[in-house]
Design a binder for this molecule. Sequence first.
Ligand code: ZN
Length: 426
Amino acid sequence: MTEWSEFWDEELETMPGDKLEKLEGEKLREMIAWAYERTALYRRKFDQAGIRPADIRTREDLSKLPLTTYLEDFCHTPIPDKLAVPLEEVKIVSSTSGTVSGFTQPVLMTAGGWDEYVDLEARGRWTLGVRPDDVVQILSGFVCCERGHEQLGAMTLQAHSGRRNLDQQIKLGEVMGVTVLEHLPSMVLRYFERAKEMGIDIRKSQLRLVSGVGEGWAETYKKGIEAEYGIPFRTFYGSMEALGAGECEYGGGMHILGGGSLYEVIDIETQEVLPPGEEGELVVTPFHNRATPLIRYRTGDIASIGPHETCPCGRTHPKMSMVRGRVSQIIRMAGKKILPMDVEEVVAGIPEAGDEYQIIIDAPGELASLKLRLEPKPGVKESTLISRGEEAFNRELGVRCEIEVVPPGAIERALFKAQRVIKTFS
Ligand SMILES: [Zn+2]
């Protein structure tokens, strides 16, 4: 067996904190000047704020710069106003998922920018533990993910293999001796359950690692998978706009892919930058994207970022917590802010509840109680699930909840990202 290095880019990944900050500071200044000089969008935003690129010298100065919002700045700005290169230099057009605007938005990249992006995808997977002798089945459907594994040197079973049919994909995985499965976390469970129904024992297969992408997942579910199948589950975070972070074998969050983007956490109400460890909205300035630069882009994702410290894996890059939900999904109750991931952790811990659930938001503003739709596990009585559920929410989150029990299978299974928060008003 080949002994692989622990790192994709050892010098960068083990760089002392001060050196990394210096490197990121240089890239940041370059990107700010690039955006200001070449795009109408950033010239206007900086001028309105009375800031010149030369005013930004350190990371601390970054907070003087205006934030870039998804809807107004990213979606509503015409392409010519945000494009920093001649259109013919744009070689890759991808898109955002459209969860916020209801319509996907194009993400434009130059060939060089795409290469850097794919390299970050590879570095993230290496952090997760994927190596060139792995056979990787990628079912998330993201082409960028496939490219990352290819760049890393692994054998990849691509999304179209298996003709998008789960049974075929599982058979194909078995025949090819897949060692790494990459999927949306909510779909991994279905893959495993279906394999069981098909008489395939995942524990006896070659599979040794699950890479979760595209959405968060309750730690309780992850631990359940790890215990039942004996396979580590690690998470990769990123978006088409910026990458990202990956969980190493020591867990405790995901290492930010330092040098690739600069992440900050801001207070949702005041927009002030928060110190390490405090939870808020992730804001990112990616360094690869020279076609349509993004400076302090509000991701809408809620997480915290820890301090610079060396992990037992040897990496020095700070760890980001798992994403615990989106700003638009904050549930306000009894003076508290509750995140979808808080709800998922409680649901995952109710033995009588199935794995599918929905949070129903039927009015704006503060809610009197948390409305949930749950499916019972086989043989569980409706009244038992209701009382256990109410008790669990009261104990874990200190909130009152109303549970609607629906028959097993009644909650629509998502084909892509699971839709857990349902708003019934507009
Ligand atoms: Zn680590």
